[in-house]
Design a protein around this ligand. Structure first.
Ligand SMILES: [Cu+2]
Length: 70
């Protein structure tokens, strides 16, 4: 996936972790695409990233059991 905003996410170890983070973030209104990379410890997000949406991303990622580094 080209472009997108990168967030550092700790705790992902395998493809299942990537899938759960992607699924969680995709539920947010305004998010168009998400690509998680466990080995890099990051997710790439495409969409309209308002402050509200960014807060929501942090919320759903932590609910899924992972942590976005500020
Ligand atoms: Cu995993």
């Amino acid at each position: 996936m080209l472009g997108g905003t990168v967030f550092q996410v700790s705790g992902m170890t395998c493809s299942h972790c990537e899938a759960s983070v992607e699924k969680a973030v995709l539920t947010i209104d305004g998010i168009k695409a998400v690509k998680a990379n466990a080995s890099k410890g990051e997710i790439k997000v495409k969409g309209i990233l308002t402050d509200e949406v960014i807060e929501k991303i942090k919320e759903v990622v932590s609910e899924a059991g992972f942590l976005i580094k500020e």
